[in-house]
Design a protein around this ligand. Structure first.
Ligand code: TXA
Ligand code: MG
Length: 316
């Protein structure tokens, strides 16, 4: 039998697209140094071409050709968090095509923490540009089947690494600004970053990272974010009006009408993160019109989950 990773590497070399698992979400990868391959990524996703992509590399040593300079700050963060869910935005080198950065003078790079992703990157031997493997504006896929459902034949190879352990996207940290600024909260918390490099500017305002719209990450169902105390009354009201609703919350909620699809309890913030996008997709598959979501505590990865819930609600 042919080794799927070898097939994936060959597809990348031929300018094709490969979906692969990471510890955060599945990525849709193409050769980052081939503008034609990169344009295929945008076409497959239906994503506007000015939205920049993340370059995935096998180790911090592969950073050098992509960036203007590997600064001590970048080195310290790479040592602390790579492989892992931290994306660093840095002034780019001339090797990175405009297609990857949307014409910006910076490039976003990370080393993913997943054995299949690392095997693929090593077998291919170069940087792989990969956004999340969903259609533009939809929740990111956290299982290979989600990628197949959403992108199907537009992808040459789909590597199946099972469900993603973290479940929400990487933290994006802009090292080109002073102090460094979090553009997107994610798998590595601000506290973890500050423990290594000192104060950073936290994410502020809705659309920080280019292409990071308020309405991203939305399921088909409308998302309403509310307190646990307010949920039963709202569920009664919507169910009474004949709406098929789903509930996602850290703990058990009662009483709830019998017709409600219970997507949790989602437990601690890390469990909540791991099931968030699969829960969105399940609600859609079951034809729910509304998802009532109680956010997790704003600690650790809970900050990223709250951010995605707010964006999903804004996009509804
Ligand atoms: O966890 C993740 O980051 C996943 C996996 C597949 O690695 N990837 C992912 O990619 O979420 P995507 O394309 O959906 O999100 C990339 C984020 C966007 O918010 C984008 O604006 C930001 O990174 N970004 C990329 N290049 C940038 C740049 N040069 N300057 C500022 N932000 C950038
Ligand atoms: Mg995405």
């Amino acid at each position: 039998m042919t080794d799927p990773v070898a097939m994936g590497a060959r597809a990348l070399m031929a300018g094709g697209l490969v979906a692969f698992p990471t510890e955060t979400v599945y990525g849709l990868g193409g050769n980052a140094l081939d503008p034609v391959a990169v344009s295929r990524i945008f076409a497959a996703k239906g994503r506007p071409t000015d939205h920049p992509l993340i370059c995935h590399i096998a180790s911090a040593d592969d950073l050098t050709p992509l960036v203007a300079e590997v600064t001590p700050l970048a080195r310290a963060l790479a040592d602390a968090f790579w492989p892992g869910p931290l994306t660093l935005v840095m002034p780019r080198s001339g090797a990175v095509p405009d297609a990857v950065t949307g014409g910006r003078d910076t490039v976003a790079v990370r080393v993913p923490d997943h054995p299949l992703a690392l095997e693929l990157l090593r077998a291919f031997g170069g940087p792989v540009a990969a956004p999340s493997a969903n259609r533009f504006g939809r929740p990111s896929p956290t299982r290979a089947g989600d990628v197949r459902d959403e992108l199907g034949d537009t992808v040459d190879v789909i590597l199946d690494g099972g469900p993603c352990a973290i479940g929400v996207e990487s933290t994006v940290l802009d090292l080109a600004s002073d102090p460094p600024q979090v553009l997107r909260p994610g798998g590595i918390s601000v506290e973890q970053i500050e423990a290594v490099i000192g104060p950073v500017a936290a994410a502020s305002g809705p659309a920080r990272a280019p292409g990071m719209l308020e309405s991203h990450y939305a399921p088909g169902a409308r998302v309403e974010v509310l307190d646990a105390e307010a949920l039963p009354a709202r569920a009664d009201e919507l169910a009474g009006a004949g709406e098929h609703i789903a509930v996602l919350a850290p703990g058990a909620i009662s009483p709830l009408p019998d017709s409600v699809l219970v997507l949790g309890p989602a437990g601690e913030p890390d469990t909540y993160a791991a099931l968030l996008y699969a829960a969105f997709r399940r609600a859609d598959a079951e034809g729910c019109a509304v998802i009532l979501a109680v956010p997790p505590a704003a600690e650790g990865i809970g900050v990223a989950v709250r951010d995605r819930l707010a964006r999903a609600a804004a996009g509804s």
